[in-house]
Design a protein around this ligand. Structure first.
Ligand code: V47
Length: 354
């Protein structure tokens, strides 16, 4: 065990050394990860006041893990009007939201301009709200739909008012797993390329990893190492977000689900491997708020935000449909012995709740 820890701290680390981290006792692993977290942020837990908007759930792709997109198991198709999206952003801003997080399905019917004009109109009507929008999977879809290059799509997004990109669509980079769970959508190389192009434009983004389905530990390590490498080049990622797979209403046949221990080990290992990504987010809709708070002792420093209305993970069984009341969130963070810190989307501290 000491050998593994010394090797990790020596930075002369190989793939198998990272994989062996999973063999460590949870508390020892947690202690190493917590030390890194403590040095960066002490007992602070970051959150923001945000609103998710999912303009349409009609999707040309069929990701087997997805319960949000309209298909046989979810026959309720919808397309929101641009006016409705603007109204939600306006109302949320009035109620204190600092960020709208806009993610859609890949809907060819509505056209390229629908996606871009949602951003443009929100920026026009609510100029001070931060717009975090469009996963790399959507950028890839929009590029195919419009015959524009990734560069052109990203420039259109910036021109319309996107401030940062969310981390969705990464799933698991390993090509053999990707083929089984989300064949046809953006491939791993292009996911990373799109984020690189975004970072080159001076913009920030996040990176997710969907785990707890048919992948194994080695696939998770590989995923993290590919992100670490890009971060060394661009330094454009703000946060890494391990998303725990939710099992209901989708087409993935998974027999065994993750234990809390495996989830916490994965969080701790991500904090150790991705020391060059500033934040590790324990996204409460997939962790539950309770485990997201425990994860703060294992390397995470963020729990995302109030969200107001969550649609993607709740469609797959997460208990997160209505978001989270801010008072409750602050109370829970304090009760867990941490200091809640309201942040903006780029992690500037707005208010410390001592
Ligand atoms: O990429 C889909 C995931 C993601 C399921 O950047 C599922 O701050 C669990 O990207 N179980 C979209 N997860 C959400 C996303 C995100 C969320 C929170 C914060 C940020 C950020 C980004 O949702 C998809 C996919 O991996 N997802 N289905 C499911 N059954």
């Amino acid at each position: 065990m000491d050998e593994i820890i010394n090797k990790i701290l020596s930075k002369n680390v190989e793939f198998d050394d990272y994989l062996k981290l999973y063999d460590l006792d949870l508390h020892i692993l947690g202690e190493i990860a917590y030390k890194i977290r403590e040095e960066k942020y002490d007992r602070k837990v970051f959150f923001n006041i945000n609103r998710h908007i999912n303009p349409t759930n009609i999707c040309k792709d069929i990701c087997k893990f997805c319960a949000f997109s309209a298909h046989r198991k979810n026959p309720n198709q919808y397309i929101m009007s641009i006016e409705d999206c603007v109204k939600i952003a306006k109302d949320s801003y009035k109620k204190g939201a600092k960020e709208v997080h806009i993610v859609s399905a890949h809907n060819p019917e509505v056209g390229y301009d629908y996606y871009i004009n949602i951003i443009r109109e929100i920026k026009k009507e609510v100029p001070n709200i931060h717009i975090k929008a469009f996963t790399a999977a959507e950028v890839n879809f929009l590029s195919e739909l419009s015959n524009k290059s990734y560069e052109e799509v990203l420039d259109d997004m910036i021109e319309a008012g996107v401030d940062s990109m969310p981390g969705g669509g990464a799933e698991i980079f390993d090509e053999s797993i990707r083929e089984k769970i989300c064949k046809g959508k953006v491939n791993s190389q292009n996911w990373l390329k799109i984020h690189k192009l975004w970072h080159i434009r001076g913009k920030k983004s996040n990176a997710t990893m969907l785990f707890g389905h048919i992948e194994n530990r080695a696939h998770r390590i590989d995923h993290m190492l590919r992100l670490k490498k890009l971060q060394e080049e661009t330094n454009g990622f703000n946060a890494f977000i391990p998303l725990v797979y939710q099992r209901e209403n989708n087409y993935l046949k998974v027999e065994k689900f993750l234990t809390g221990v495996e989830i916490l080990k994965t969080v701790a290992i991500s904090r150790i491997i991705l020391e060059n990504i500033p934040h590790i987010k324990a996204y409460w809709p997939t962790f539950t708020l309770n485990l997201a708070l425990v994860a703060q002792e294992f390397g995470a420093d963020d729990i995302d935000g109030t969200i107001e209305k969550e649609s993607i993970q709740s469609a797959a069984g997460a208990n997160s449909k209505k978001g989270l009341d801010m008072e409750e969130l602050i109370y829970q963070v304090k009760d867990a012995g941490f200091i809640p810190v309201e942040r903006d989307s780029l992690y500037n501290e707005l208010k410390i709740y001592k």
